[in-house]
Design a protein around this ligand. Structure first.
Ligand code: G3I
Length: 404
């Protein structure tokens, strides 16, 4: 849906001028320096050695806003947030604790209160995926993403952007059109630059390339691998950096949290990209776990440490933990879930370059897992009734211990 109103163009120019004059983007303030201050990547894009071509963003990033966020805050955001929540403690520790979601949940006051009291970041679960944000060749629909970013501004939440390059969520006009390699490069470049330019200065970190690997450590034969070749990864990071110099640029994947063939391949790729001057700032560990067989603390720490030794951030980006396909008693399952959340969060606290801990959803009520498996499940920190679960209290305990 392309916005046709003429007033929007001067308004956007004004907004662009005012955002330029502000300089660096503003994220929720972090007071206590007991964890290192987040380092912003260099504003100067470094050169990519290989076969690189660039593009200009499309000059049509205008969408008809669907007002999925109420025009005014649904409760008074100037009231101080409660001071014994994950948010209040994480703020002081220079740590982002986030929950993935979509703006359509933001008219539920119970949801908004829980999210804004307990979290200082929101991750974009679906609103910035290709099929939603770029549904037709010359049409970008930013309405859902804009609603989410507007909401985050009201409640002083950082935004974790997801996702620029993936192998899913494409409309058929992308996948079913025949193009030369140069045209595929042009298409991906324009998409990345148009989206990152639109949100320039408003996104703390972007999942630039998501799920690029097979479990054996080979690069997946994704659309972009087939049409461009393995260079698509370096190109994507470079284009994202050119369009938004301040966003942290992340290579994100799953089942690569511990030490295995996939995490080895991610480590090697990240190291190679850095050596080639590609602007990658971190690796995301999705952390979609099953009840049994999560990574041990030792291997998780070993993996996180070797990545941070490369001078990379290493974030927990999509944590949840499926329970209901296991047949043990509810107490056994709850204990195992609690223990895994505790170990993962503790590992993040132990590694200074782990600056983000995101759960893939706020409450069990809105988790993606039941839709996916066809079974009810309870994978998150808050239950169907928005009540904290034992894993939440373990995380609170770990946060409180940081101040003792
Ligand atoms: O909104 C429509 C609704 O109108 C319709 O009635 C319903 C019918 O199925 O579909 C709804 O859309 C679904 C959407 O989730 C919102 O619930 C889509 O079909 C469904 O495909 C979509 O699934 C998302 C999935 O990615 C695929 O994009 C999940 O919400 C989202 O949690 C999941 O997230 C991924 C990350 O992007 C990457 N890492 C893994 C993670 C979990 O799979």
């Amino acid at each position: 849906m392309v916005m046709r109103e003429r007033w929007i163009i001067p308004m956007l120019i004004l907004l662009m001028i005012s955002s330029c004059s502000l300089g660096l983007p503003s994220f929720p303030k972090m007071n206590n320096a007991s964890r290192p201050i987040a380092t912003k990547p260099s504003a100067q894009p470094k050169a990519v050695k290989t076969n690189f071509q660039s593009c200009d963003p499309k000059n049509l990033p205008l969408s008809e806003g669907i007002p999925s966020v109420p025009p005014t805050p649904i409760y008074n955001s100037s009231v101080p947030y409660p001071n014994n929540t994950m948010r209040s403690l994480a703020d002081q520790l220079n740590l982002y604790i986030g929950a993935a979601g979509d703006a359509r949940q933001y008219s539920n006051i119970e949801y908004v209160k829980l999210l804004t009291h307990e979290f200082n970041m929101v991750a974009v679960e679906n609103a910035m995926k290709w099929h939603i944000i770029h549904p037709e060749p010359d049409i970008y629909d930013f309405s859902r993403g804009d609603a989410l970013v507007a909401f985050a501004k009201i409640y002083d939440l950082a935004v974790y952007g997801h996702v620029l390059v993936w192998d899913y969520a494409y409309p058929t006009w992308v996948t079913e059109t025949s193009r030369t390699r140069d045209e595929w490069i042009q298409l991906l470049c324009e998409h990345i630059k148009t989206v990152t330019s639109h949100y320039q200065g408003q996104i703390y970190a972007w999942d630039v390339v998501n799920e690029a690997f097979n479990n054996d450590g080979s690069l997946r034969n994704t659309l972009w691998m087939q049409k461009i070749g393995p260079e698509y990864v370096a190109m994507a990071f470079q284009w994202a950096r050119e369009a938004d110099p301040n966003a942290h640029l992340i290579l994100n994947d799953h089942f690569a949290e511990g030490m295995n063939s996939k995490s080895e391949a991610i480590y090697s790729l990240a190291k190679g990209l850095l050596m080639d001057g590609v602007p990658i700032d971190g690796v995301g560990m999705q952390m979609h776990l099953l009840l049994w067989g999560p990574p041990t603390t030792e291997e998780l720490l070993m993996n996180m440490k070797r990545l941070s030794d490369l001078d990379l951030d290493v974030h927990i980006t999509e944590m949840d933990l499926r329970m209901n396909l296991s047949s043990e008693s509810s107490k056994v399952k709850t204990d195992a879930q609690t223990d895994t959340y505790r170990r993962v969060f503790d590992s993040c606290l132990a590694v200074p370059r782990c600056k983000v801990f995101v759960t893939w959803g706020l409450t069990d009520k809105y988790s993606w897992i039941p839709d996916y498996t066809g079974y009810p499940d309870t994978p998150l920190l808050f239950d169907e009734n928005f009540q904290p679960k034992p894993a939440y209290y373990e995380i609170m305990k770990l946060l409180q211990e940081q101040f003792q």
